[in-house]
Design a protein around this ligand. Structure first.
Ligand code: SF4
Length: 144
């Protein structure tokens, strides 16, 4: 009766990938267990010289970046009439989102590019976002 799940588990392709955690700037060494192409869990890498196998709760929960039902997967726009902080949004298409961005950014660039402030949160490519901001014409960019 329990042979079927065991067979499935035995047939699963399990890989362990050594990499670094991107949940903050420390870049602790992690081992990510992947089963049939899906991340299953994250552990510290005991061979990594920085963290020696220890990871924090945030690092261990990095799997939620892949699977949390609360993660953002498409552009959201504040609903008409809603105020900031009301948390009332509606999904829009990527084409519509890029259209809105293009219109707003074109207006800022034509009038006063320094009014454009770019904050990218946990930015892994600040060299590129910084280049983008400079090309746009604003010194106002930052990241976590
Ligand atoms: S395990 Fe924690 S401290 Fe280490 S990189 Fe990830 S988030 Fe940062």
């Amino acid at each position: 009766m329990s042979a079927k799940p065991q067979t499935r588990a035995a047939e699963a392709r399990i890989e362990v990938k050594n990499t670094t955690c991107y949940m903050c700037a420390c870049r602790c060494g992690i081992r990510v267990t992947v089963r049939d192409g899906e991340v299953r869990y994250i552990q510290g890498n005991p061979d990594h010289p920085l963290n020696q196998g220890v990871i924090c709760a945030k690092g261990a929960s990095g799997i939620m970046k892949q699977y949390s039902p609360a993660r953002l997967t498409r552009p959201l726009r504040r609903k008409p009439g809603a105020e900031r902080g009301d948390a009332e949004f509606e999904p829009i298409s990527w084409d519509e989102a890029f259209g809105i961005l293009e219109e707003r950014l074109a207006h800022l660039r034509d009038t006063d590019p320094k009014k454009f402030a770019l904050f990218t949160g946990r930015d892994q490519m600040q060299a590129l976002t910084g280049l983008f901001a400079k090309q746009f014409g604003t010194p106002n960019y930052s990241a976590h």
